[in-house]
Design a protein around this ligand. Structure first.
Ligand code: SF4
Length: 77
């Protein structure tokens, strides 16, 4: 059974057992993360221009941060 449905190609993906990961290699860490603003529950945090961190105790796995990141640095794993 699918929990929250999310897929970059609009195909349903079961993310119920996944967590948000943020790629150090993809994130340039030189700007205010635009995805922080779109998180509906304030689960995504950033210190300065550092690599954002997702608090999975708050995250509802909506996938908005993933879709919003222009560098595609945020993903479920
Ligand atoms: S998946 Fe949704 S709730 Fe979770 S960190 Fe991203 S925007 Fe926030």
């Amino acid at each position: 059974m699918f929990g929250n449905l999310f897929g970059r190609n609009e195909e349903p993906v079961d993310v119920s057992d996944k967590v948000i990961k943020i790629s150090k290699a993809r994130c340039p860490q030189n700007h205010a993360c635009p995805s922080v603003r779109v998180c509906p529950v304030g689960a995504l945090k950033q210190k300065g221009y550092g690599l954002p961190h997702a608090d999975m105790s708050k995250c509802v796995k909506c996938g908005k941060c993933i879709n919003y990141c222009p560098m595609r640095a945020i993903y479920f794993e």
